[in-house]
Ligand binder design. Structure first.
Ligand code: HEM
Length: 565
């Protein structure tokens, strides 16, 4: 509060409220008093003026009395019913009109000032706060990409403000905005999620900050970094081959999105918790589908609503994962499981830098988070890849050429290895181009932990902040002819830093990037070398749930290559 006294430029209306008898009003008092004054200003004076006009119309010598210099008394008397006779003259009407217009203008200017400046009178980013309570939540959620594009075009600034879920939100635009957000974690901002999401994930990495997050990330990265993943590539290929044998081979039409979800979830189950039985994975997957669907919905605490169902599904999932964990502890103690078997064993047996171990709750919450991440992100990205490749035969043919070369360099039974993944350069560039034009995560949120300035604007503490992939990816300055699909953009050094951000950036960057890259490339290798495809419904609707999902499961006609040739 002392800062307020130091500020030289605060709004004149606010200033008297902020400094009183050597102490300061609390923020709540300030806001309540401003509300009271605006309310009083809104009705009392206008009602009085209304009465004046009414009496003027009825009482003839009212105007003369005002002219005699007893205006205030007249107003009072008029209000209390003491009578005058009407003498309506143009001069009085003008005087009153000026008063009314002046009053209304003052109110409008005050409202504008309050919207443009914070309590200290510092300049906030441009933008509108929408409707009371809901702000611009519906527009933001409805078309995140369109909303941000429109605002960026309108304000032409690196940051604009809006109101999301009843809270002020600053949206950072372009590479400079991304750089600021990704470089200032724990200094001026921290990652944030709605309380309903925090309650579901509990102690997992995405909901922790500061040293707790660093410690958890370090433990997870030991398992997810490229060096550690290398030995799992053959296992991924094995899962992929089995998946194609069971769900694709010999079928003329396949619901590709549903199948890809099953594939990535099988992999996550296998790599993270060695859950291998198909029926068990199906049970867990059904629970995940409910959880993911209601994760970001309003926490209404009413049975039947989607968040209520999501919470119940999360409780059931944690119960199942706890069972897996208890069985694993026994297996580890009896020597039936190795500490390196999968992520579950690794987290149970590996100490952090201080020699401490994750608690059981942390282990379960983090496995839940990784299974959740593995359940939807990569399958949504693959969905977009299949849609793009279906109508871009040139790109498909280049990928086929690369994948055939890799397949022909091995005998039929030999599984893929890390070196093969490294050779899939063109395929990865094409996937990157898909993620540029259709990123499945449009951006995430942070919270300001202190007041700060950005691009000449003041961002108050506790505001929510948002970085956006869509707008950056479609900026002609970074990606010439942004609408054109061109995988060669990623050749050589690729795009400049902070311009291509499908996995976020900085200390909160997606730790599953390498895992996702490997699982998507292994899948595409097995798909493209065997099949070409056509979309059954070329205009099939894509829903946001909250990640892109195909409304009908993306049915495709499969054309095996032998048939073609
Ligand atoms: C194509 C697939 C994927 C995409 C596009 C993606 C994208 C992202 C993005 C944008 C973030 C937020 C970064 C930020 O806030 O700066 C994130 C966070 C995260 N992702 Fe991924 N992800 C993918 C796959 C995966 C996979 C397969 C895993 C698990 C192995 C995973 C695990 C995580 C975790 C644990 C976080 C939270 C990190 C933190 O809060 O520190 N992701 N991901």
């Amino acid at each position: 509060m002392k800062d307020r006294a130091r500020s030289k430029t605060y709004c004149p209306i606010y200033s008297s409220l902020l400094i009183t008898r050597g102490g300061y009003m609390s923020d709540t008092e300030v806001v309540n008093n401003i509300l009271l004054l605006l309310f009083s200003g809104h009705d009392t004076s206008s009602s009085t003026i209304l009465m004046v006009l009414k009496h003027m119309a009825e009482k003839p010598y009212f105007y003369e009395e005002i002219l005699k210099g007893v205006g205030l008394l007249c107003v009072y008397n008029t209000y209390t019913g003491v009578g005058f006779e009407p003498v309506m003259e143009q001069g009085v009407m003008m005087l009153l009109s000026v008063l009314v217009i002046g009053f209304v203008t003052l109110m409008v200017v005050c409202r504008w000032w309050c919207c443009q400046h914070d309590q200290k009178g510092l300049k906030l980013p441009p933008g509108t706060m929408g409707w009371p309570l809901i702000g611009e939540t519906l527009q933001f959620l409805g078309s995140n990409e369109g909303f941000i594009k429109e605002k960026t075009k309108k304000y032409k600034t690196e940051v604009f403000k809006t109101n999301f879920l009843g809270r002020p939100l600053a949206v950072f635009c372009g590479a400079a905005g991304n750089k600021f957000v990704f470089s200032n974690e724990n200094r001026v901002l921290v990652t944030t999620w709605p309380p309903s999401v925090v309650r579901i994930f509990g102690t997992a990495l995405n909901t922790t900050t500061g040293d707790d997050a660093k410690r958890t990330r370090k433990l997870l990265m030991a398992f997810l970094r490229p060096e550690a993943l290398q030995k799992f590539i053959s296992r991924m290929d094995l899962v992929a081959r089995e998946h194609f044998r069971t769900h694709w081979d010999g079928k003329p039409v396949v619901k590709a999105y549903d199948m890809m979800k099953a594939y990535v979830f099988s992999l996550a189950c296998s790599q993270f918790a060695s859950i291998e039985r198909e029926e068990r994975r199906a049970e867990l997957s059904a629970l995940f589908t409910v959880m993911v669907k209601g994760l970001m919905s309003l926490d209404l605490k009413i049975p039947g609503t989607s968040h209520y169902k999501a919470k119940k599904a999360a409780v059931a999932l944690k119960k199942e994962l706890r069972k897996e964990m208890e069985e694993r502890k026994v297996a580890l103690s009896e020597g039936r499981s190795s500490p390196k078997q999968d992520l579950l064993s690794y987290l149970l047996t590996t100490a952090d830098d201080q020699g401490g171990y994750m608690s059981d709750t942390e282990v379960v919450d983090n496995i839940l988070l990784l299974l959740f991440s593995g359940h939807d992100t990569s399958s949504s990205t693959l969905l977009m890849v299949l849609k793009h490749l279906a109508d871009k035969p040139n790109i498909y043919n280049e990928i086929l050429r690369e994948q055939r070369e890799i397949a022909q360099s091995k005998n039929k039974e030999e599984l893929l290895n890390w070196e093969d993944i490294r050779k899939m350069k063109y395929t990865w560039n094409a996937v990157c181009e898909v993620m540029r034009v259709s990123p499945v995560v449009g951006g995430t949120f942070r919270r300001a932990i202190t007041d700060f300035n950005y691009a000449g604007f003041h961002i108050p503490k506790d505001w929510t902040l948002h970085w956006s992939a869509h707008t950056t990816h479609m900026t002609a300055e970074y990606f010439p002819e942004p609408e054109k699909f061109d995988p060669s953009r990623f050749e050589g050094k690729g795009p400049p830093p902070y311009t291509f951000v499908p996995f976020g950036g900085g200390p909160r960057m997606c730790p599953g990037l390498e895992f996702a890259r490997a699982e998507m490339l292994v899948f595409l290798h097995n798909l493209v070398k065997n099949y070409k495809w056509e979309l059954v419904f070329p205009n099939e609707k894509i829903h946001m749930e909250p990640l892109p999902a195909a409304a009908k499961g993306l049915p495709i006609h499969l054309h095996p290559h032998q048939q073609h040739s």
